[in-house]
Design a protein around this ligand. Sequence first.
Ligand code: ZN
Length: 189
Amino acid sequence: MSLPIVHYNAPILRKKGEKVTVFDAALSELAYTMIDSMRAAEGIGLAAQQIGRALQLCVVDLRPAEAEFNWELDGAKPPLDLFMPMVVANPKIKPLPGTDELIYEEGCLSFPKIRGDVVRPDAVTVNFQDEHGVPHTLRGDGLLSRCIQHEADHLNGVLFIDRMDKKARAAVDEAVKALAKETRAAAKS
Ligand code: ZN
């Protein structure tokens, strides 16, 4: 089952997610609904806030992107098909010491057709729990790292437009305002 994606500037997108503490069938169900919603929208990541839930929970599937990146999950390098789509609860992210800050043009399912440059550390370590509450450590760079940092921001009510520098933010300002207006109008009808 897929749910509609919440668009900017719905108030839920600014809500910090509550920590996930119960890993039961309902949580798995929610995570799978998020995966279906992400797929239906042809995205590579989706946060709970984007389907209207303020939780520390997101899903990621980089396979459709066909991007080059490195990864290490719990000290091994399993094939992507073995752990994607990934359910990521309560992520804690740390940049790898000495990693470069890179510019990349990001998009977001809550900002249809809007893209802009965001600077983020290239390589990160993510500690998180899966849908069963099992803890994992993921190291990654490139699009994997980028995507997880973008989704983890959502879980704290932070959006990619907040991370843009002045110039990048100004370039999308008109489109962002128009989207907010559209979202407000849709909420009223
Ligand atoms: Zn997003």
